[in-house]
Design a protein around this ligand. Structure first.
Ligand SMILES: [Zn+2]
Length: 340
């Protein structure tokens, strides 16, 4: 397992210190699986101002299609060959087709009646409940023998900095035969790894991170949590790998509860940095892909400038797909560890 790094430094004359020489370190790290590079640089304090939430939320409820007074009239239904009941409902959560689809079989699941839930008030049972609703959809699709029932994915954009246009907590739920870029690259690389070394990359990674401890947060059930060596988020990411599981449909109710529990612990830690928004994606193999392990990636999101709405990713990320993390992942682990 190769944890590659190119260490560089840049020298500037500091205007705040009478043009004294200042040396700034930069690390270009290589993801040990895919070789994707990630820049560890800038080194600013990971602390952001939160917005005035009352002002931000005010009035958004009236137009919200996911609120309980509108969800059953404003959201679409699946045709009967996909889902005879049209929508799936468990308790106060509703799953329906994504009106803005990006694949053949896409759904949106509301995470309950409550329009705005502060990040630290999202309890594990709510997350696990929404995951169970998505799983019910996936199983339904699987039982119909649908050709798109290959990769079963959940994405979560929480609050506007993450790309969400709605305040109301909801999940993007989709089944597809087309693996998204990074997931496909990981699957191909993990297959090559197993062919070369005869072991499962993700099992080896868990073992390495657990023994090394520098980026390791802990385990919940059979889920192992740590900060990736080459993160994508500006404040790092958190990776959770489920031991022995290849694909989403193999996740048990206990796994879903453990993933939900770990996510809330991570949210508590990031909240202290002023983070109130994140992306979370499922990464899954096909049922028969013995070279992979199911994992999810949690990535905190923020505005670089709250007032201007400046996103935390610019040209470097958008057009080169080169990422910037503003602290060492090992230091981010220290910031999150006490809440985990
Ligand atoms: Zn709402």
């Amino acid at each position: 397992m190769n944890f590659g790094v190119v260490k560089k430094e840049t020298v500037v004359l500091n205007p705040r210190k009478n043009m004294a020489r200042r040396t700034i370190p930069i690390e270009i790290r290589k993801d040990p699986l895919t070789g994707r590079t990630s820049r560890i640089c800038h080194f600013m304090k990971l602390q952001w101002e939160k917005p005035d939430f009352e002002k931000l939320i005010e009035g958004t409820e009236a137009m919200c299609p996911f609120c309980p007074d509108k969800v059953m009239t404003l959201t679409p239904c699946f045709p009967e060959e996909i889902l005879p009941e049209g929508r799936l409902i468990i308790d106060d959560m509703v799953l329906f087709p994504n009106i803005a689809p990006y694949d053949g079989l896409g759904a949106v699941a509301t995470m309950g009646d409550r329009h705005y839930i502060p990040m630290t008030e999202i309890d594990p049972e709510r997350i696990a409940g929404a995951f169970r609703l998505a799983m019910a959809f996936f199983r339904n699709i699987q039982n119909t023998g649908h050709p798109e029932s290959v990769y079963h994915m959940i994405n979560w954009n929480y609050m506007p900095p993450s790309g969400s246009s709605l305040i109301h907590p909801h999940l993007q739920v989709f089944s597809s035969s087309s693996a998204p870029n990074l997931m496909r690259e990981e699957l191909e690389a993990a297959k090559t790894y197993m062919e070369s070394y005869g072991t499962n990359y993700w099992d080896d990674l868990i073992q390495h991170e657990m023994s090394f401890e520098e980026r390791y947060l802990g385990t919940v059930g059979r889920t192992a949590w740590f900060i990736p060596y080459a993160p994508m988020g500006v404040a790092g990411d958190v990776l959770a790998i489920v031991e022995g599981v290849r694909s989403t449909l193999e996740l048990t109710a206990d796994d879903l509860a453990d993933l939900a529990e770990g996510l809330t612990r991570v949210m508590t830690g990031y909240d202290k940095m002023g983070i109130y928004s994140f992306n979370m994606n499922f990464f899954t193999g096909r049922a028969e892909d013995e070279f992979t392990r199911f994992h999810l990636l949690f990535s905190p999101r923020t505005f670089f400038n709250q007032a201007l709405g400046t996103p935390d990713n610019g040209a470097l990320r958008n057009l080169y797909n080169e990422t910037v993390c503003m602290a060492f992942p090992e230091a981010i682990k220290d910031m999150l560890k006490s809440d985990f």
